[in-house]
Structure formats: C-alpha cells, structure tokens
Design a binder for this molecule. Structure first.
Ligand SMILES: *Cc1c(COP(=O)(O)O)cnc(C)c1O
Length: 250
C-alpha cells in the first residue's frame, strides 16, 4: 500500500474535477478517512502532507488520537468524527475532535456544545441529511432541516458549518463515465440547493447576525467528482487512500 502515491492520485482527481467544473482548487478540502486503519498509515499520510483525518468508531479512533496528539511531530492533525453518534459518547467526541459531520438531532448538538472544553473553542458541526430517503440511513430529511438548523444555530459551544450527506449507492466504483457522474450528481445538487436556501433566508431576515454556512461535506472514493461538480467543500475519502477495509462497515 503506497499511501503517498494514493494521496497524490486523489489530489490529482480533486484538481482535475475542480478544473472541469470551474471550481477554485483551494475550495475543496481532502478529508482522509482512516477508520479501522492502523496508526502507521495515518503517519504515512501525514508525511505526504495530509492533515485532516476522519474516524467513525471511538474505540478504534481514541488510541490513535492519543498517541499522535502526545507526539509533537503530529500536533497539527485535525480530527473529524464522521460516524453515527450515541448521546453517551458526546463528551468524548467533544474532547477529542474538531469537527463532527453526522449530527442529526438537537440533543446531540446541545450536548456536544455543553461538553466542549472551553479552551478548545467551538466544535464545528455539520448536519447530516438523508438524501436517499431510506429508513435505515441516519440523517434528517430536507423538510426537517430548516427547523433543526434554527435550533442548533445559536447553541453555545458549537459552530454550525454546513451539511453532510452519504447518498445511497455511493459504492466503490471509480466513476469511469460521464453518465455515471451525471446520475451521482442529483443528491449532491439537492444538498447544495438546501444550503443556499438556508443562507438566503438567514441573510434576508432583518437584523440577522447569522454567518453563512460554508461547508458541504459530500463525496467519497466513488463519487467525489460528482460531489465537486455540485459544490462539495470537503470530500471524505477512505478506500482510495488506505485500501479496502477488512470489515464491511461504514
Ligand atoms: C467510510 C466513510 C467514508 C469513506 O468512504 P470510502 O468509500 O472508503 O472512500 C466517507 N464518509 C463516511 C461517513 C464514511 O463512513
């Protein structure tokens, strides 16, 4: 597994997509999803210049975070929690991560804000939207979104940054044809539209002091081109950097 080469390739894919879809290259951040992968792979990615890492499982992530944060060579890593969040885990998440991408309940956001150590500053959160309408997937519907946004926006300790989604069928096919990408774009387009609507409504409300939401966390190994086409600002890439995961988990 040549992590450095994989990162170079992904960076190239991101660059090509930004060029193709007329995006400025520095508006798309690569989040390396290191869930289930060993510390040494994170270190290799770090050496290749990667700084943002995403983890889904606390027991798996915490030893890695502890080791690397105790090492001055790695003290500028930014950890993102991208898994599903149980409310009894919010304290540990608030203490160890700078970003949480999968928030879909007010209770979780409130606890993250309350339990965030003040010296770390606000925790950045994205609300997860269920764009596939499958019952089994977490996330709020586009209909539920405005209400949750307004409830979360002014909570102490959290900075609401934007929206996140995992479409159905974001499987491991590297998009090889423009017709595949075309199909993949639809849920991402909807998420982008939702973000714009939220920003328009809040800036038009009189006396609003709300800052614009600036983050669309969308796109993975198999659909990052489609996500960039529709305005992704963070793409979350695991497999194409660290290889296939042994366990079939998300
Ligand atoms: C695992 C995971 C990813 C990475 O997916 P790949 O297909 O391996 O690139 C991205 N986002 C979330 C939320 C994940 O759970």
């Amino acid at each position: 597994m040549n992590i450095k080469k994989n990162i170079t390739n992904i960076t190239e894919r991101i660059k090509n997509a930004t060029k193709l879809y007329a995006r400025s290259p520095d508006t798309v951040k690569l989040l390396a999803v290191s869930k289930t992968k060993p510390l040494t792979m994170i270190q290799d990615a770090y050496t290749a210049g990667q700084r943002d890492f995403g983890e889904n499982y606390l027991q798996d992530a915490l030893p890695k975070i502890e080791t690397l944060s105790a090492d001055p060579n790695y003290n500028d890593i930014i950890w993102h929690f991208i898994g599903s969040i149980q409310s009894n885990k919010t304290k540990t998440i608030a203490e160890n991560f700078s970003w949480v991408h999968g928030v879909d309940r007010l209770k979780i956001a409130r606890r993250l804000g309350e339990q965030r150590p003040a010296e770390l500053g606000n925790i950045n959160i994205c609300i997860q939207v269920n764009s596939s309408k499958e019952k089994s997937k977490s996330g709020v519907t586009l209909q539920e979104l405005p209400q949750l946004i307004s409830e979360i926006r002014d909570l102490p300790g959290v900075s609401l940054r934007g929206l996140m989604t995992i479409p159905a069928n974001s499987t491991l096919t590297t998009p090889e044809s423009s017709s595949v990408i075309e199909k993949q774009r639809k849920p991402f387009r909807e998420l982008h539209k939702a973000l714009e609507q939220i920003n328009n409504n809040s800036t038009h409300a009189s006396g609003s002091t709300e800052t614009d939401l600036d983050t669309l966390s969308m796109g993975m190994s198999g659909d990052l081109e489609a996500a960039i086409a529709e305005g992704a600002t963070i793409v979350r890439v695991g497999t194409d950097i660290f290889g296939i995961r042994e366990t079939n988990n998300r």
